[in-house]
Design a protein around this ligand. Sequence first.
Ligand code: SUG
Length: 452
Amino acid sequence: MSSRAVEANFDGLVGPSHNYGGLSWGNVASQTNVKAESNPRQAALQGLAKMKNLADRGFVQGVLPPHERPHIPTLRALGFTGSDRAILAAAAKHPQLLASVSSASAMWSANAATVSPSADTADGRVHFTPANLNAKFHRSIEHPVTGRILKAIFADETRFAHHPALPAASSFGDEGAANHSRLCASHGETGVELFVYGRSAFADGAVNQGAREPAKYPARQTLEASQAIARLHGLREQQVVFAQQNSAAVDAGVFHNDVIAVANADTLFYHELAFVDEEQVLGEIRTKLKGTALKTVRVSEAEVPVEDAVSSYLFNSQLLSTDEGMLLVVPGECRQVESVNHYLNTLLQSGGPITSLEVFELNQSMRNGGGPACLRLRVVLQPEELTATHNGVLVNDLLFARLTEWVNTHYRDRLSYEDLADPSLLMESRTALDELTQILGLGAIYDFQRGG
Ligand code: SUG
């Protein structure tokens, strides 16, 4: 085991009900592919292939289980009664509602929580706050189970602190790590946490007074939510930067900051339209990083128009430290968009911090607006924290083989909107998830296992 801190990546495993519900206004891919037929089996296998590849390269790779969907307890809470079968039949008369409680959206684990490593926090523990995701109904039902899963994996209270999700009000809209990055000399050292928000809910809280809010699409994350998380996690003012997203980018389909920027260690890879005030943000990061020099890889609008960044998900890449330099993990769509393909061909020759590239086929997730970075939650762990982490979810050859077999056994290879009301889909999912909790050794995390 490494004597140094590691950045572990926990990918969300795609669930058996993966479908294209068109549920995310502001997320261009979700809108474009509404009601297209999906392939849950292929989606899950594509995600597993990425996990396996990165585990094989020596990265610490974990897996987070899918959630129970369709979620009958949510339908009961909304007044549907009777047997599960009767509830599904009644809910089918409300197409968007049924699609919402059936979404496999928990796969995008960058939105699962915000995580602060122990080197940054006042009490020296790793802090987790599940995101309330209350900008979208289908995602707002994720956090109770996400919290349970994180507590099961990071159980040692002397090393890990778990907070409940923020209040479920739009003033505290929180999208988790998709709007949170960290800059540091190396992962285990104290870093600067960058919180990016789309709007300020309370007028008195505005950092960039007068900056306009998006006109077309919603800004999901508020400054007030980011501030609350920084307080909960015990981060000092000198280590935190709050930056407002450029509203023009949000209106072009950049619904999370990780669609236009990604950071790793001392490097920030970003598009010039990422922030309202680029110079101010970089200046503050530089000041707060103190002795560590910030490296920037800035992409201009002339090189890659923001629309191409959105359609290719160039910035929704994983930027990973290797012994030779940094590895950029991008989705296959980057090769199909001319400006991005050209940019990537020159990037590796530029002499900058990014020295290698890996392209993954993730088109099932991409059609819902989820690229490589959406699919993973980063957790920086000191060696003793890694030892305290539940190792049943860490990907190795054996777990990969078992999960692949499990997916091939239980998942359908085509799913359309009409199938969501099929009671057998619910039963298949429960059978699969019950088996999965045994494979991962997680105990009863699902409502159906707890009599819910
Ligand atoms: O919240 N899509 C997700 C994609 C999340 C991407 N995550 C990050 N950028 N980190 C969302 O918009 C679409 C579901 C549907 O339409 O069926 C969806 O929820």
